[in-house]
Design a protein around this ligand. Sequence first.
Ligand code: ZN
Length: 412
Amino acid sequence: MPKIYFIDVTNRDGVQTAKLGLSKLEKTMMNVYLNEMGVFQSEFGFPTTRHETLYLRANLELAEMGVLQPIRLEGWVRAIPSDVETAFRLLPGIKHLNLSISTSTQMINGKFKGRKQQQDIIHDMTGALDAAKTKGVETVGVNAEDASRTDTEFLIRFGQAAREHGADRLRYCDTLGYDNPFTIYETTKALAENVGLPLEIHCHGDLGMAVANSLAGAKGTIDGGQDTYVNTTVNGVGERAGNADLLAVVLALTKSKQFAEKYQLGQPVALSKSWKIAKFASYAFGLPIPINQPGVGANAFAHASGIHADGVLKDPENYELYGYEELGRGDPVMVETGREIIAGQYSGISGFSHIMGKMEVQFSSREEAAEILELVRYANVEAQKPLVEDELLFIAKYPQIAKKLLTLTPLA
Ligand SMILES: [Zn+2]
């Protein structure tokens, strides 16, 4: 039986979202948390974008060091040979890529204004695939942008060409959130049956159905006989109304009525990390978690009305589908209510040593402490808000990596 995997795109779709962004250290922490959670792959950034280069290299180094293992780090580029060339020139160590190109008549006509037809789209995509294969890419996915508004017959031809040129996966992008569970089921099933490649399901929430469509797309793919890789983001951040929320998709796949009896995850996901990753993403993006967010919202396990409170006190299962402990919630949180010493971009050695000492980090020398402090100052310049404990610990543990993450050299 084919299985379900996750490709999280927070560090690509999430950070390209209007009014939202992450520092390079924050993007790295997201990869660390996604790895801890058991997510199969992180679409960790843009290999052709100059300010990403050192961040991407540093994260590939973390993978080599075994820190970002077993998660796979994959970069997003346009499906044109020149993007693939640039990606390998800037990032010789890149092993996994996704190549993206528009496939709908709307976008082919609306973007290329008569300069490209369907056969040109296939030509560009297969050219990019050939280039990636020549460069020695380990795995490569092909993204059909606006697939849900693309004629299925053309999508099948597009997917078959991708398979013939060595693609490992086809990404079905419901770029505008246009699908519903019934249509995406039919299309993904037809694609899985006729293309013969595992499918990625990439859904957006413009009509409020990103999670439902992800489930239906996964089911369609598996019923068509292929593995499926659901694209998610943490807290559902993403273009416009957002992407399918990682936690909500995991919960839907594993807890919704009768689904998991037949459709199963290829590897376990540590739900117990959900709370931590959601809180970090909320802080890093500067985006509060809605009170009614599945699993991690402030009201997800709150009960006030008489009948509900009485019911849940007698047996939580009366009004809760799953327990908060499963998601890593319920631990007491230490909140400083008195004097606070905080690390910032103008911090000095005394305050910094005090902060690190509270986390039981000891430096071997004053020089070492000064060096870590310097990195922490730069990290604060980039983030423009206090670092969380895990970020401070990360910098203290991997100063050389942190230095790369914090180095931005424009127009070099
Ligand atoms: Zn998207």
